[in-house]
Design a protein around this ligand. Structure first.
Ligand code: ADP
Length: 291
């Protein structure tokens, strides 16, 4: 007996309208290099709209982290401008920008320095001048959200990478930034831990937080991001809705990007791009054929 896939519905959902909405981040002709005459970011312009969930992808060394740190104010562009909610941020330091943008480092250990999880999550809140009561309430809220409330008295140093990652995220979320940049948040996490973290991020996104996720996990992009920006050699080489970008498998392969198996399978079997197994199964039905 053979099982032949049959399409139930011929078209996947339409792409999100990425042109709608207020700009959260506007990058204008950005140039940056760590050394003289060696440009790492080259004439890069980009607009990210409020409430977007964007995936930033590209080979190692393409400039993703550098770009994220330029947006977050950790680095300053040599040329060009960075606007955040209409304000020219090139003039402000990282402390001022931190109110709008939370950048979560690739390695949580660059960020964590307190002796207890509670101190770590409260640090930024205290620095912002919140009362003790407010701090306590906020720590409770975010630690519950990230599932670390049982760890508040622990020393982060002795926890797992997944827990430290959650704590790093919690300490940024506590400050309630309007934009969050996660730099390879899922490295070293199990699929279950990744899903738990990304589901929390999606919750924030649904509440209006603009999210940029740098990742090498293409299933994370396929499942969670509306938009994909692919960088190569300090420039953007493609930018569009995830389904559209992931439909051109050959183009992505030139940049060493391998789309999830379900994307390849659905393109081959039914000529459409389904981004997740669930989506594929929703649209494609198997029926028994022959004997
Ligand atoms: P990605 O995040 O895409 O891997 P990066 O932004 O980390 O890319 O790196 C882009 C380029 O800049 C690479 O060639 C890298 O070696 C270089 N680079 C990154 N950080 C530094 C640094 N602190 N000093 C000098 N060169 C750096």
């Amino acid at each position: 007996m053979r099982r032949i896939p049959k399409l139930v519905s011929y078209r996947p959902p339409p792409p999100p309208n990425l042109n709608a909405g207020e700009p959260a981040i506007v990058l204008e002709d950005l140039w940056f290099g760590y050394q003289k005459d060696e440009w790492v970011i080259k004439a890069l312009s980009l607009v990210v709209k409020k409430g977007e969930m964007m995936g930033l992808i590209g080979q190692n060394g393409s400039g993703k982290t550098t770009l994220a740190q330029l947006v977050a104010g950790i680095l300053r562009p040599v040329r060009g401008r960075v606007f955040v909610f209409g304000k020219d941020m090139t003039k402000y330091g990282v402390m001022i920008r931190g109110r709008d943008i939370g950048y979560i480092f690739q390695n949580p250990d660059y960020q964590i320095f307190s002796n207890t999880v509670r101190d770590e999550i409260s640090y930024g809140l205290k620095a912002a001048g919140m009362s003790e009561k407010e701090v306590e309430a906020r720590v409770k809220e975010v630690s519950e959200m990230l599932g670390v409330s049982k760890l508040l008295d622990e020393d982060p140093f002795f926890l797992t990478k997944a827990d430290r990652q959650r704590i790093a995220v919690a300490s940024i979320l506590a400050l309630n930034p309007r934009i969050i940049i996660l730099d390879e948040p899922t490295t070293g996490l199990s699929p279950g831990e990744t899903t738990a973290l990304m589901d929390t991020v999606v919750k924030l996104n649904k509440l209006g937080t603009t999210i940029i996720t740098i990742t090498h996990d293409m299933w994370v992009v396929a499942r969670y991001c509306d938009r994909v920006v692919l960088m190569a050699d300090g420039k953007i080489v493609v930018d569009g809705p995830t389904r559209t970008v992931f439909s051109d498998i050959e183009f992505l392969e030139k940049y060493d990007i391998e789309v999830p198996t379900v994307v390849k399978l659905s393109r081959k079997l039914v000529g459409e791009t389904y981004l997740t197994v669930e989506e594929f199964l929703e649209h494609v039905e198997f029926y028994k054929h022959g004997g």
